[in-house]
Design a protein around this ligand. Structure first.
Ligand code: FEC
Length: 307
């Protein structure tokens, strides 16, 4: 008889329909309603990427693929999947409540984000813990998986494949931009948060495992809070790398994200591409991990190390 436990997969969440956008954005702003102009701006970005984001669909596919892989890997445990989102239903709390209703007393949690920050993964975990405490459910958290060999292998293969499209003699004129979502700088520094170090280690591992000659680290998708965020921003970085080195090819790997969604399809594929077009350089962005077996395998390995 297998032991039955919960698998709580947590992710950012995205509007399911246009009329969800305002409430979703208000939730991101901790309940403070954005201005009409900000809402219109966000709507325009969603429209630009085709109406809405593919994030909801891909999150479901990733969670199902992970649960299936875990059930194949563990002979003595049966994982039952629950999806809990940060900014839209089913919220993290809804998922924990469903576990309780199903009689689950133990669960493994994982956030669909590879690097740990107390402001990203840590805040998901805290919300899950607070709800689980009400029902006496024990949670084991995966904190990060950026260092897992299969995660690095996924991105390394994609980078080498992209490099193979660029003439060999121009590899010295090619740079890899490794990025994650920016966060407010003050918060990160005051809390000695591991987030910037984890991105740096990811960039180093990619440099060691690929044929790329030049690697730069950047931050993207920063919010508009009037305070400094982690930088350099990828757009600014693109311009300054071009001014300093005259690179002809820019390969963007937004490794802080795990699938195609607004922040990749707009902030990379539109905004960074605009800068590349301006400076006359070529823009490349390999396909995101989505449900690639190497990506799913990386999370399975990390779960095996904690549970
Ligand atoms: O495809 C989609 O529909 C949703 C894509 C999406 C992902 C995502 C991931 C992260 N965020 C993180 C932090 C912040 C902070 C603020 C913030 C604001 C937004 C807005 C949208 C949005 N984020 Fe997001 N984020 C995604 C979408 N994010 C939309 C609001 C408009 C805008 O600023 O563009 C700033 C809040 C504020 O204004 O006060 C902070 C972090 C991640 C990566 C980790 C994770 O996935 O949890 C960190 C995907």
């Amino acid at each position: 008889m297998k032991k039955r436990i919960g698998l709580l997969v947590m992710a950012y969440g995205t509007p399911y329909k246009e009329s969800d956008i305002e409430a979703y954005y208000t939730d991101i702003r901790h309940g403070k309603k954005p201005s009409t102009e900000e809402i219109e701006d966000l709507k325009a970005r969603y429209e630009f990427i085709g109406g809405l984001s593919p994030l909801a669909r891909i999150t479901n596919n990733q969670a199902n693929a992970l649960c299936e892989a875990l059930n194949e890997t563990y002979s003595d445990v049966e994982f039952k999947l629950y999806i809990g989102l940060k900014h839209i239903h089913p919220f993290i709390e809804d998922a924990v409540q469903s576990m309780h209703e199903d009689g689950i007393t133990e669960a493994v949690t994982v956030v669909l984000a590879p690097h740990y920050s107390s402001f990203s993964v840590g805040s998901y975990d805290t919300r899950a813990e607070q709800e689980a405490d009400k029902y006496g459910i024990t949670l084991t958290h995966v904190q990060h998986y950026y260092h897992q060999p299969q995660f690095i292998q996924y991105w390394s293969e994609k980078i080498n494949e992209t490099l193979s499209q660029i003439p060999q003699e121009e590899h010295d004129d090619t740079v890899l931009v490794v990025s994650a979502h920016s966060l407010p700088k003050g918060l990160i520094e005051r809390n000695n948060d591991p987030y910037p170090t984890e991105l740096h280690e990811t960039a180093q591992l990619l440099e060691q495992n690929t044929h790329i000659k030049h690697v730069a680290e950047g931050w993207q998708s920063e919010g508009n809070t009037g305070t400094p965020w982690l930088g350099p921003d990828v757009q600014y970085l693109t311009k300054s790398l071009y001014e300093q080195h005259g690179y002809k090819h820019f390969i963007y790997t937004p490794v802080g994200f795990v699938c195609e969604h607004l922040e990749v399809l707009y902030d990379n594929d539109y905004e960074c591409k605009v800068v590349c077009d301006e400076i006359g350089a070529n823009y490349y962005r390999p396909v995101m991990p989505n449900t690639d077996p190497l990506f799913i395998g990386a999370i399975v390995e990390e779960i095996k190390s904690v549970y």
